[in-house]
Design a protein around this ligand. Structure first.
Ligand code: PLP
Length: 340
C-alpha cells in the first residue's frame, strides 16, 4: 500500500470523490486511440456535442472488492462490458471491445489501489465506465467523435447495521416506453427518473416502483434496481420484460438461488395486484446488492411483505451468499471473478 489516505472507510457513503487516475480513450475517424490514464478529472468538449443536446451517452457501474488475503477482484466485468455494447448499439455509438473494457477497469483499479477499501469494512471501490458523443454536430445525428472513460471512487457498505427494509410507492410515471430504451443503460432514462424519485421521497418512500408502460399492471423496476420476490412456496421470481434493464446482480441472484440454495426460479410477469403471492421481496443492483422491500404502496394501500423492520430469511441468505462470493469468502461459479 502506498500513501496513507486517512479515509474513514466505515463512514463512506455513495458520494463523489476525486481519486488519482482515470482512463480516457477517444474515438475518431472510425477507431479508438490507445487510451491512457490521466490525472485531470475534467473533460473538454465542443458545445455542439450530441451528449449535451440529444443525450447520446451511456454508463455502467461495477465494483472492485478487497479480499481477506489482500487481493483485489472485479465481479463479472465482462457482463458490464457486453451490456455497454448493447447500449452503444441502441444509440449508434461505437462499441468498446470486451477485453479493452476490462483492461481499462483493471488499469484504473491498479492506479488507484490505495483507494480500495480494506476487507471487512463492507466498503468497495465503485467503477463508473461511461461513453458519450462529442464533436461538432447540430442536427440530430450520431456524433463524429466519442469519449470512453472509466473513473472510480470508494463507496461505503450500503447498509451499515445489517440489511434493513425500506418502503416504495408505485409511480404514475413510466421510466421507459414499450419499445424504447428501457433495456439499455443510456443517460436519458435517468434524467426522466429524477422527478418520480423526488415525488416518492416527498411522500416518505425510499423510491418508486415503475409498472410496465403498456398496461400499468406489472412491476418492472424498483427505482434504478430490479425487483425480485420470494413466493410463499419458496420460489425466486423476477419480472420478465423487454423494457427492464438486465441487472448483473439479478442474473447472478437467479443462479445463486438455483444452484446454491436449490430454489426454483421463474422469470415472468409480476402483477401489482397479486403481491400477496410473495413472502419476501427485494430490489437488486450493484450499489446495494439487495435492498429488502418492507412494503409497496399502491392506490393508497401499503402492502407489507415479510416485515417493515426486519429482513426475511431467504433475502438475507441470498445477500450473504452473493456478497460472500464478491468478497472472495465463498467459491464463485466459473468465470465470475476477475483478479486485478
Ligand atoms: C444499473 C441498473 C440496474 C442494476 O443493474 P446491476 O447490473 O445489477 O447494477 C437495475 N435497473 C436499472 C434501471 C439500472 O440502471
Amino acid at each position: 500500500m502506498g500513501k496513507n489516505l486517512n479515509l474513514d472507510w466505515a463512514r463512506l457513503g455513495f458520494t463523489y470523490m476525486k481519486t488519482d487516475f482515470r482512463y480516457v480513450s477517444r474515438w475518431k475517424d472510425g477507431k479508438w486511440d490507445e487510451g491512457k490514464l490521466v490525472e485531470d478529472n475534467r473533460l473538454c468538449i465542443s458545445e455542439a456535442s450530441t451528449v449535451l443536446h440529444y443525450g447520446q451517452a451511456c454508463f455502467e457501474g461495477l465494483k472492485a472488492y478487497r479480499t481477506k488475503n489482500g487481493k483485489i477482484q472485479l465481479f463479472r466485468p465482462d457482463m458490464n462490458a457486453r451490456r455497454m455494447q448493447e447500449s452503444c448499439r441502441r444509440i449508434l455509438m461505437p462499441e468498446v471491445p470486451v477485453e479493452r473494457f476490462i483492461d481499462a477497469c483493471r488499469q484504473v483499479v491498479k492506479a488507484n489501489e490505495d483507494y480500495v477499501p480494506p476487507y471487512g469494512t463492507g466498503a468497495t471501490l465503485y467503477l463508473r465506465p461511461f461513453m458519450f458523443g462529442t464533436g461538432d454536430t447540430i442536427g440530430v445525428a450520431p456524433a463524429p467523435e466519442y469519449i470512453f472513460s472509466v473513473f472510480c471512487l470508494p463507496v461505503g457498505a450500503y447498509f451499515k447495521g445489517g440489511l434493513s427494509p425500506v418502503n416504495f410507492t408505485v409511480s404514475e410515471y413510466d421510466r421507459a416506453a414499450p419499445f424504447g430504451t428501457g433495456a439499455v443503460k443510456v443517460g436519458g432514462n435517468y434524467a426522466g427518473s429524477l422527478l418520480p424519485h423526488k415525488l416518492a421521497v416527498e411522500k416518505g418512500f425510499a423510491d418508486c416502483i415503475y409498472l410496465d408502460p403498456a398496461t400499468h399492471t406489472k412491476i418492472e423496476e424498483v427505482g434504478a434496481a430490479n425487483f425480485f420476490g420470494i413466493t410463499k412456496d419458496g420460489k425466486f421470481v423476477t419480472p420478465k420484460s423487454p423494457s427492464i434493464l438486465p441487472s448483473v446482480t439479478r442474473i447472478s441472484l437467479l443462479q445463486v438461488a438455483r444452484d446454491v440454495l436449490g430454489m426454483e426460479t421463474e422469470e415472468r410477469d409480476v402483477f401489482i395486484d397479486r403481491l400477496d403471492e410473495f413472502a419476501e421481496a427485494g430490489a437488486c443492483g450493484t450499489a446495494a446488492v439487495i435492498t429488502p422491500i418492507g412494503g409497496i404502496e399502491y392506490r393508497g394501500k401499503l402492502h407489507v411483505f415479510y416485515s417493515e423492520t426486519e429482513v426475511g430469511p431467504v433475502t438475507k441468505k441470498l445477500y450473504e451468499v452473493l456478497t460472500g462470493i464478491q468478497f472472495g469468502d465463498l467459491e464463485a461459479p466459473e468465470g465470475w471473478i476477475f483478479e486485478v
